[in-house]
Design a protein around this ligand. Sequence first.
Ligand code: ADP
Length: 199
Amino acid sequence: MSLRMIMVGPPGAGKGTQAVGLCERHNIIQVSTGDLFRAHAAAGDELGQLADSYTSRGELVPDEVTNAMVRERLAQPDMANGFLLDGYPRNPSQVGALDVMLIEQGLKIDLVLELTADDDEVFARLLNRAKEQGRADDNEDVIRHRIDIYHASTKPLLDVYQERGILLKVDGSGTIDEVANRIDATIAGFLTQVSRFVA
Ligand code: ADP
């Protein structure tokens, strides 16, 4: 069944890791705006350079740029079997843009998964990732800024999906497997109430 979902959570909550596992288990495609921006930046193209000037400061890339990139990706044929949006939408205005794209494609989001983690925990994890992987936006000031932006810009969009009755909240603390099991149980429970998924 072609599951279409969104994953939301603070930077460092483990979204990326959990998204990869979820996509394998559900045989759907991960669309990570952060990964797309990093791929463009690595290629050194115009979009990559522009994105990098924002991501390196922990700022959101402007909505028009991000929305256009996602619109193009969602129009590709491999999206038909389901997808997981990781890192998009990231503010209420992107929610509106996504709504329009989905109407154009005749698609609906089944669920939004919020992976929770407290600020101290994500801060420590990101500092550690900085040491291990040296990602350009993983330094102390930029990390703090990304966490602030999450509270100010991203958290408010959860209310929208809560009102639509498709928001699922999962605790992101514990080992990767513990969190994965929690996510699977929560999604499985929810899908028993969604007619399209009930046999
Ligand atoms: P994390 O959430 O762990 O910080 P991501 O890989 O999801 O990492 O995103 C890295 C950066 O890419 C963000 O800090 C932001 O600058 C940019 N970015 C990613 N997704 C979006 C988006 N939907 N809108 C605007 N900017 C984005």
